[in-house]
Write a protein that binds this ligand. Structure first.
Ligand code: DX5
Ligand code: ZN
Length: 219
């Protein structure tokens, strides 16, 4: 399978969100990455249901919703209702992760788990078969435009190994500091989905930036 690109609208121009979404619609991007932050799980606050509903109205690609919020169970149904195709919760925010993932699946969405940089992949051993996708955070969540953490490559390898027999189709998504300089190596190491905020929306030519991430291959 070719790897997927999910531009993160956290780095879009919120005053021109429709324009930026139309750029994504016309691009080679596969998903639209939507970062929800509650000011508690992470120190930043982004947006909620009315904004996501508006995004859904203009986006032609599936919404990949990344919940950086405590107690996400309270809101899963609402995120499904405003159009999330994928819902990813943080491992660190879920006491009953198995139940949470199955609730997401019952709502008709792909169920994802995100791991903070310090959270070991091995903790997923008894749940990996129930997960559609894992987001390996390659920065500490909360803000766009941060520096990529190199230990991510090791985590990708470990996760591929962990899922080899019980979930060979597991999607591995990398979120944070992804750009042209690391995309090819991430894919080669086993990533299937690359999130990119800053490297797309701060580029002079966002369409070309997406194209280059989509076609990045090692020499
Ligand atoms: C960080 C968010 C990311 C962020 C990535 O907490 O989860 O999705 O938008 O932004 P860049 O690509 O700029 O690191
Ligand atoms: Zn994210």
């Amino acid at each position: 399978m070719d790897h997927l690109i999910a531009p993160s609208i956290l780095s879009a121009d919120f005053g021109n969100l429709q324009r930026d979404l139309e750029m994504v619609n016309h691009s080679e991007a596969d998903w639209v990455h939507v970062d929800v932050m509650d000011g508690v799980f992470v120190s930043n606050i982004t947006f909620g249901f009315p904004v996501i509903k508006a995004v859904q109205k203009h986006a032609l690609k599936p919404l990949d919703v990344h919940l950086m919020i405590v107690d996400p169970d309270r809101y899963l149904k609402d995120f499904a209702q405003v159009g999330a195709a994928n819902i990813t919760v943080h491992y660190e925010a879920c006491t009953h992760l198995h139940r949470t993932l199955h609730t997401i699946k019952d709502l008709g969405c792909k169920a994802g788990v995100a791991l903070n940089p310090h959270t070991p992949v091995a903790l997923l051993e008894d749940i990996v078969a129930d997960i559609d996708m894992v987001i390996i955070m390659s920065v500490n969540p909360g803000f766009g435009g941060q520096k990529f953490i190199h230990n991510t490559y090791k985590k990708i390898k470990e996760l591929r190994q962990l899922a080899e027999y019980t979930n060979p189709n597991l999607l591995i998504e990398i979120d944070g500091g992804v750009d042209e300089s690391n995309a090819a190596k991430l894919v080669e190491t086993g990533a299937n989905v690359l999130v990119a905020g800053n490297s797309v929306f701060s580029s002079a030519d966002p369409l070309a930036a997406i194209q280059s991430l989509k076609h990045s291959r090692s020499l």
